[in-house]
Write a new protein. Sequence first.
Length: 206
Amino acid sequence: MTTIRSLNLQDLPQAAQVHLKAFPKSALTLLGAESVRRYYEWQIVGPHDCLALGAFGESGRLVGFCFGGIFRGALSGFLARNKKYLALQVIQRPWLVFTNPLFRDRLSQGLRIVRKRNRTEKPTGPAPGKVFGILSIAVDPACQQMGIGRQLMEYSETYAKAHGFASMRLTVAPENLHAIQFYEMNNWKKQSAAADWNGLMVKDLR
């Protein structure tokens, strides 16, 4: 039986391990478990309205999580808060810059975000009370096909409705056909039908 509850800072090392398993090729994963832990720590302690949910198995082990809500500088704030630490991780892994095009692209994107953030007084975000964003949802691959992702999404949707949100949104990799099918079965819609769709999906809660 799976138990869903709010995550706290002590749960984040486990959340980092789930992230590493669920997203083995992501730029954040390539920077190590501590970088992942720091990323989710920022989502909890930063200037966000964050609902951080964890799915725990019978043994008490975290097997899935979902971070949703309104985020103000989810990535830019994380990069600014941890820039020295992250720079050290990149320096210690120079091969990622030279041999991994995806990582190189994410690194360039991160630098642009930090420079843009430094030119503004405050991180910007969606207008409060409008759209509930799903920042990240992950399930341990060993525990997939057990309904854990569905439970996490249902809890998030119930919370969003109870707090007056009109819709939800998330971004999925366009090549992740399994995830897209899962969302569409749960009444999520692609934001655009164009051939160059960027992965944005929405769900009307009204």
